[in-house]
Design a protein around this ligand. Sequence first.
Ligand code: C2E
Ligand code: CA
Ligand code: CA
Ligand code: CA
Length: 278
Amino acid sequence: TAKRAHAGVAAYDPDQDQNDANKLTMQSDLRQGVSRGELVLYYQPKIDMATGQPSGMEALLRWQHPQLGLLAPDRFIPMAEETGLIDLITTEVLDMALRQVREWYDAGRALRVSVNVAARSLFDVTFPEQVVAALERYDVPPELLTLEITETALIADPERANLVLERLRAHGVDISIDDFGTGYSSIAHLRAMPPHELKIDRSFVMRMCTDARDETIVRAVVELAKGLNLRVVAEGVEDAGAFEALSALGCDEAQGYHISRPLPPAELAAWLETVHEN
Ligand code: C2E
Ligand code: CA
Ligand code: CA
Ligand code: CA
């Protein structure tokens, strides 16, 4: 900023200034947006490869911005993580997702929901209580909730993260390692704190039919999961070729554009009707 330039620390950079200003506006917009109910969840179905039936949904956040329209999470989650606003957002997302699970349940569908959890929640010892409170609020059985965490989250403070994860497990909530294969020392984490599920990163899945190395990696992760008795999910399944290949490898569940894009609840209900008929 101009102040920094005065202090002789950094040269004046109008682009940076513009960025800082945008960030500040965005931050207060987001805070307001949360309280005005502008955050919405889309749901992307996962298919159980053994039965061909939907097994659960991943809740994916969108921000219905009054001026900018529907914003994808990469437009605002990183900023929310930097500023700590993500804690409020996570609470909101858990509430919305479990309210939805209750609605499905009441309509006769026991569908699991996966919620993405930012790294800092794993360092918050009150997080497990928040999760339990949300489950109780909608009287949802804990086995219908899966929390997706990334390996990166386990690195900063593994002891505290393991404590939080242990409490969540004790309450019956499933843990999934998201983007598996893209973090660090993945395999050591599996020994220290075994999750219930591995989610193979879409970068491997998307190329598995055209790149032999990616196919080998996917195969190895499926084998690893099976050997450790973990559920294994492939994300980024974009075509029938990948779907068939994963099925042949014995992957448990598939998620991706080949099955469905993330959908708002009303469209998801229509989609569920169509698969039910097949
Ligand atoms: P992710 O957890 O890896 O989510 C999967 C992303 O892949 C989603 O993007 C989804 O729309 C996209 N995707 C699904 N199927 C396909 C496919 O077949 N091909 C391709 N190329 N992409 C596919 P989205 O919805 O933009 O979410 C991006 C990221 O934002 C998520 O990555 C997740 O890390 C984060 N995110 C989303 N919702 C939340 C949330 O509620 N809380 C937190 N902390 N993070 C969230
Ligand atoms: Ca995820
Ligand atoms: Ca992922
Ligand atoms: Ca990701």
